[in-house]
Design a binder for this molecule. Structure first.
Ligand SMILES: [Zn+2]
Length: 273
């Protein structure tokens, strides 16, 4: 048995078409998931199942949804400069649940970049400098019951940042995080900050920026320093559904735009497992 985890990036808005807009893709995919008879479960439940806490029967024919980077596109409807107002990712979930008066179960996990300074700088370099990467929505998102806020590193070792928490300023590849000092910032400090904003609810799930991690992180830091960082599972972007034989520090996810690009592509992917 396997459970697919689907990943979207709310800031991927190029046109108002399925293939070039992760918001339109999510809205369409929710309908496809439902039509195919799948239910949506929180990512934490996938991990519970992987750890043997939840039985197979309780999670058969389910999927989980995740969003990466944690910009305001996850939470607020925003007026995109060329594509017009974009329904936020959480509001797309709300639209789906209230579709026909019946309440459909829906949930997503938003993997956010933790460092306020990194988000502030990336807002200028990767978006349009409208201050659309703040964390003031995290607590409300979690309180809604529709979204969990989890961790996508301290600074994404992003190439657009002047300085990152990597000893040689080796940017653009999270596998460069391969020492205790760097991992302590990218995981423990990142988790502590998110927990502070969420009134003490520290993240327990991590998604690696760029989808992969160093052997040091996977084999040493994450398993051996759990008391310090508090994470219980980490996700890559290896294109597969989660199975119990996967390492809990290398759980796979499918990424929209890479692993499927059309509603038919999603159907094929869900039929695979
Ligand atoms: Zn990312």
């Amino acid at each position: 048995m396997k459970i697919p985890v689907l990943t979207y990036h709310g800031m991927n808005v190029m046109k108002n078409t399925y293939a070039e807009n992760d918001h339109l893709a999510l809205a369409s995919d929710l309908e496809t998931i439902r039509t195919l008879g799948f239910s949506i479960i929180p990512l934490s439940r996938v991990v519970d199942w992987h750890q043997g806490v939840v039985a197979d029967e309780q999670v058969s024919r389910t999927v989980a949804i995740t969003w990466d980077d944690g910009s305001w596109f996850d939470y607020y409807d925003l007026d995109h400069p060329s594509c017009g107002v974009q329904r936020s990712m959480i509001n797309i979930l709300r639209d789906f649940t209230s579709h026909d008066g019946s309440s459909r179960a829906v949930h997503a996990t938003s993997f956010v970049i933790s460092s306020p300074a990194a988000r502030n700088s990336l807002d200028q370099s990767c978006m349009i400098g409208k201050d659309w990467w703040g964390d003031q929505w995290w607590l409300d998102a979690v309180s809604s019951g529709l979204v969990d806020v989890e961790c996508h590193s301290w600074d994404h070792v992003h190439p657009e940042l002047d300085r990152v928490a990597q000893q040689n300023q080796d940017k653009g590849d999270f596998r460069a995080v391969n020492s205790f000092a760097d991992a302590d910032v990218q995981f423990r400090r990142a988790g502590d900050y998110i927990g502070q904003i969420l009134n003490g609810k520290k993240p327990t799930l991590f998604a690696y920026p760029y989808g992969s991690a160093s052997p040091y992180v996977v084999n040493e830091y994450l398993p051996k320093h759990q008391a310090e960082h508090g994470f219980r599972a980490a996700f890559t972007t290896r294109a597969s559904a989660v199975s119990k034989t996967d390492s809990v520090w290398l759980l796979p996810r499918y990424v929209f735009g890479h692993d499927w690009k059309s509603p038919q592509g999603l159907e094929e992917l869900l039929a695979r497992d």
